[in-house]
Unconditional design. Structure first.
Length: 420
């Protein structure tokens, strides 16, 4: 008996090393309701066994036809929306008393995202092998970050995993909403600037040469603005490849500089000093810091561990260094207020409110209130930035196009005067 069993186990291990096939299944519940879905398994019998474990009676199991997947860079993967839906559903299942493995299996089978389904099945296998849920999640850092893993570990330790998962879902939703606000503030001016640069390039490279030929045929001296545009056009036509080379090289060099600690630090400091935009980024950083720290403290994570994770998710090296400085001082026995104030990064009101929360023993609740307040502040700042940038960009673009039109029509007006 040992021989066939060993052979079967060896076959399963070999199948596990390769990508498991996907089976489409149809099954009935105990009440006669028909359900269907997909499942990764070694063979049809494995699917039937797993369906029976889920309390379902298999009706039809068939191997899924091969699909051709073309991956486009920047698309696909596990989105925050996928993570929120999984977290909420899993929290409900844990609250209902469903075992971890069974809950993970059900959510993996029903998940429409193939990449996320594969991750959940791997997590389920690790949990089946005896690993904790948090440890199984930690093997997929691109999907479950350090904050997610630490909170799940705290939930498992405290026996409140369902509550922790609900808090995580709320946190991810609010964090994505905050990120969306900043993106919306930057998208409009970026589009206008790209369109403006494109229009100017077209005018100088294609439209101006036509006018230049016409003016040469007429003869005479050209007005100053017209001659300026023509000279600029001639220069740009001769140097277009050099310009493109400089732009591409500058872009590559900038990205490489951002990947170094010194380059990133200089860039983050510069961004915080830009009028209006720097104020917006500071408010976003405060909202993220207070929301993350408040969520972790309310979940039972120690303040030193919470600050360590919060620093890594700050999104700005200046804020990150300030948080790590605060953490170091707290580990020496100081309260959180003094080191936070020393950094000069956080507004005095925020520091004072955190101090009140620490003194009253309700720091997590106070941090939540500060995060809500700064969410509203970010809304107001985004609206102000948009209303300020819009007219400036439109006037700038209109001024450039207007100057070009006047410069091109000045010689025509001069010729009309000479004819008269």
């Amino acid at each position: 008996m040992a021989g066939p069993t060993a052979a079967r186990q060896g076959a399963k291990q070999a199948a596990k090393a390769a990508k498991l096939p996907v089976f489409n299944w149809v099954a009935k519940t105990r009440t006669g309701e028909e359900k269907s879905g997909e499942m990764e398994a070694y063979d049809v019998e494995s699917v039937n066994v797993r369906l029976r474990q889920m309390g379902l009676q298999p009706v039809k199991v068939k191997k899924k036809p091969l699909e051709i997947n073309i991956k486009i860079p920047g698309m696909g993967g596990v989105t925050p929306k996928d993570l929120v839906i999984f977290t909420r559903q899993f929290s409900t299942m844990i609250d209902a008393g469903l075992p971890l493995v069974q809950g993970l299996d059900i959510l993996a089978v029903q998940n429409p995202n193939p990449e996320f389904r594969k991750v959940l099945l791997e997590v389920k296998e690790r949990v089946e092998s005896g690993a904790t849920f948090a440890d199984a999640l930690s093997h997929h850092p691109k999907v479950f970050d350090q904050l997610y893993v630490q909170l799940v570990a705290a939930g498992e330790l405290g026996g409140i995993l369902d509550t922790i998962l609900q808090r995580l879902a709320v946190y991810i939703e609010k964090a994505e909403k905050l990120k969306g606000k900043v993106k919306s503030a930057m998208v409009y001016p970026s589009i206008v600037i790209v369109v403006a640069v494109g229009c100017i390039a077209i005018l100088l490279l294609f439209v101006t040469p036509t006018f230049e030929k016409m003016f040469k045929d007429f003869g005479g001296t050209l007005p100053g603005p017209t001659q300026l545009i023509i000279d600029l056009s001639n220069w740009m036509q001769g140097a277009i490849w050099y310009i493109l080379a400089v732009v591409i090289t500058g872009y590559i060099a900038f990205n490489r500089a951002l990947k170094t600690s010194k380059g990133r630090d200089l860039f983050d400091r510069f961004m915080l000093k830009i009028p209006v935009i720097g104020d917006l980024l500071r408010k976003v950083a405060v909202a993220r810091f207070t929301r993350t720290l408040g969520t972790m403290l309310s979940s039972g994570v120690s303040i030193l561990d919470a600050l360590d994770v919060t620093a890594k998710t700050a999104g700005n090296t200046v804020i990150e260094k300030a948080i790590l400085h605060t953490r170091a001082k707290i580990s020496e026995g100081k309260t959180i207020v003094e080191p936070l104030s020393e950094t000069g990064v956080f507004p005095p009101m925020v520091v004072q409110m955190i101090g009140v929360g620490e003194a009253t023993g309700a720091m997590d609740a106070m941090l939540g209130k500060i995060a809500d307040f700064y969410d509203d502040e970010v809304d107001a700042s985004v609206a102000a930035l948009t209303s300020m940038i819009e007219p400036v960009l439109m006037v700038g673009l209109g001024g450039v196009v207007g100057f070009f039109l006047i410069a091109m029509y000045l010689p025509i007006f001069s010729m009309a005067e000479n004819i008269k």
